[in-house]
Design a protein around this ligand. Sequence first.
Ligand code: SAM
Length: 294
Amino acid sequence: MAIPAAQDLVTAIQLTNYAKLILKVTGIRVSPQKRMLLSNRIRRRLKATGIKSYQAYYEQLCKLKVDDPEWDAFLEEITTHETYLFRDEAHWKWFREKYLPELSKAATGGKRKKELRIWSAACSTGDEAYTIASCIADGLTNCSQWKIEILGTDIGVGAVGSAQNAKFGTRAMRLVPDNIRKRFFQKQGAEDFWVPKPDLTRWTSFRQHNLLERPMMKPFDLIILKNVLIYFDDNAKQTTIGHLCKLLQPGGVFITSAADNANRFLTELDKQTPWMFRKPELAKKSAGGRKVVV
Ligand SMILES: C[S@@+](CC[C@H](N)C(=O)[O-])C[C@H]1O[C@@H](n2cnc3c(N)ncnc32)[C@H](O)[C@@H]1O
């Protein structure tokens, strides 16, 4: 038996089965219109593994644990890793011109410690995490006195590996302001690749994490989750946002993108702009029994 030819697509039943499995494991919706795309992607795995049919590959996936390398390879085929540094200009303008000065003022006024924890969730190849780091290195007053942790996570083991290797081509770097590129990135050899300097990498770490799973992490001041919920069904959006909101400090900020269409699930947070939400500060009982915001 030979591997299916390009014109032999998954059957309607196989499409439904694959779609259910992908949804269960990742939260990603696969619509019936994706039949050809999905078939092409699976066929690449058939060629790589030597498994001869869509059905046999499906059965194999069902048997394997999701941390098996074949699952990683399959996820690599079905996920979209599109990302680049300084994606969504308005977000970084806010981050540099409002968020960092606010932090600085609060620290100077003794209202907060010089500590900052940021999570770039579904970070793909880490471009967002290095954008955060370069804005901080460039714009946070006395940043060397701060304890800064920037965590990047993604379901894709390959994407996390690329984030750890931190090597960005011209396309990924095209929106990086010149002064930031010069100060915090260095060109590698004669190739058109830039690598972030230790000024940035000292703050970043990356690891594999599936957004559908409850994370065991310390709370964050800022969580950025962009351009991934757009692929999820409503249940997966709800689950993911539920996990993330629990990990936000009171007063912490959550950034999404308008395309993610997540507003109706963000009811625990206060909407500040169409893409920025803030967790309410803790309410404490005062001596008179009245609630006050701290
Ligand atoms: C289009 S990229 C977005 C990258 C970045 N956030 C940005 O906006 O530029 C979407 C990423 O979501 C990841 N992803 C998809 N499903 C996931 C899940 N269940 N858990 C964690 N990451 C997931 C993919 O592997 C991919 O790298």
